[in-house]
Write a protein that binds this ligand. Structure first.
Ligand SMILES: *Cc1c(COP(=O)(O)O)cnc(C)c1O
Length: 408
């Protein structure tokens, strides 16, 4: 036999072996993929995008400007306890179906986030501290027995949706404005029994938000909750953004608005503890707010931002750079009696309600069982400074690691 024949034989055998290996490998992979017991983590890079075919409402080119207007697309990702997360889908914004027995419809297995997409004065789109929303969504989901998207995948999906809908719905002509982003997880398990949902859906929609004068020029008017109604209590879920906290407070909100106030200030316990993201300014000067550790207060991202900025820039030694008197940031349980005493002794300078939706809003009045506490918050220089700093970050007037650019 010639050496060349031998070599050819070896080459043939090698090729045959390589083919056989490839076949075996493919079979193994497809067996693994079919195997339903393999749990898959959410992978934003596998998102399948189906764009809306044509725009039924050409006027929307001007951008979304009402809470009833939604952008063209939404993110939908299904989850099951056995298989984990399906590939994410970005599809035209539309109704989706649920079984009438879906867990969320009976047991309120739902948690959500509220974020904004900002069109900066430099023309760029930004998200504000999205990692914080991702982290809070995960803690809320855990509280209500739902699966949570891994923070990096959450952020990637939010950014992807914003980069698709942002340019049209928040065009360059709307610098200094925003859209509202609502990521949400619901239990979709249709089993009738009362149990932890084994099926869930994570979705993200974006709505407009009318640009209205934020509040009356003198500030928000708050009415404290009735003694026989409680929104948050120790061991409850008031410190998580889970749906069941909100529905039962709507009746109260209706009554509050019916009496001409803007919002309910929820209290808890015999000493009337304030359980909302409310800060006030004392003459000393102190910026006082309740701590979040005791389960009564939602750990707000705006609240944390206000406290951080105030303690960095308004402390002794720093505030003079801004032509402001220094103040101290104090976290201690806030009660209505404290607030009323501060008011009566002339120590109460201003109050503010903080959150993504209404941003940093001056409080003009608190009505506590008929006792009127009037505040001169709207023109308070410290509050205006904090508000300005935050807004400069959100709209890109200054660089900050709190603001993340969305590519478009
Ligand atoms: C979402 C929310 C806030 C605001 O939190 P941010 O992270 O600042 O938007 C405040 N209070 C309650 C009860 C909330 O649900």
């Amino acid at each position: 036999m010639h050496t060349t024949d031998v070599n050819e034989g070896v080459e043939d055998a090698k090729e045959w072996l390589a083919k056989a290996f490839r076949r075996v490998r493919l079979t193994v992979i497809s067996k693994i993929e079919q195997n339903e017991s393999i749990y898959r983590e959410l992978d934003a890079s596998r998102a399948k995008v189906t764009l809306k075919e044509k725009d039924a409402n050409p006027k929307s080119q001007a951008g979304a400007d009402s809470r009833k207007t939604f952008t063209d697309h939404m993110v939908v990702v299904d989850w099951t306890a056995d298989r984990g997360w399906a590939d994410p889908e970005i599809v035209p914004h539309a109704a989706f179906t649920l079984m009438p027995t879906a867990s969320v419809l009976h047991y309120s297995t739902v948690c959500y986030e509220g974020m904004k997409l900002y069109r900066g004065f430099d023309g760029k789109l930004r998200l504000y501290r999205p990692d914080e929303n991702a982290a809070r969504l995960a803690t809320s989901a855990e509280r209500i027995s739902l699966p949570a998207p891994p923070p990096a995948e959450f952020k990637a999906l939010v950014k992807k949706l914003c980069s698709i809908d942002g340019p049209k719905w928040l065009p360059q002509s709307r610098q200094g404005e925003y859209l509202y982003i609502r990521p949400c997880i619901i239990g979709t398990d249709p089993s009738m029994g009362f149990d932890i949902p084994k099926e869930a859906r994570f979705f993200i929609v974006i709505s407009g938000w009318e640009t209205v004068a934020e509040t009356a020029p003198s500030g928000l008017r708050l009415l404290t909750s009735r003694a026989d109604e409680i929104r948050a209590w120790p061991g409850g879920s008031g410190n998580f953004k889970v749906g069941p906290n909100y529905g039962p407070t709507l009746r109260n909100l209706g009554q509050t608005k019916g009496r001409g106030y803007d919002m309910t200030l929820w209290l808890f316990g015999p000493d009337s503890r304030i359980t909302e993201a409310l800060c006030y300014l004392e003459k000393y000067l102190e910026l006082v707010t309740s701590p979040v550790g005791d389960g009564l207060i939602l750990p707000g991202i705006t609240r944390q931002s206000v406290l951080t900025l105030a303690s960095e820039r308004l402390r002794e030694g720093a505030a003079t750079a801004y032509n402001l008197e220094p103040l101290e940031v104090v976290e201690r349980p806030l009660t209505m009696s404290d607030l009323a005493a501060a008011h009566d002794e002339g120590r109460l300078l201003a109050g503010l309600a903080v959150g993504t939706t209404y941003f940093v809003t001056p409080v003009g009045e608190i009505d506590w069982n008929g006792k009127q506490i009037l505040l001169d918050s709207a023109e308070n220089k410290h509050l205006l400074a904090i508000k300005g700093w935050l807004s400069d970050i959100m709209y890109g007037k200054v660089e900050s690691e709190w603001a993340e650019i969305v590519d478009e």
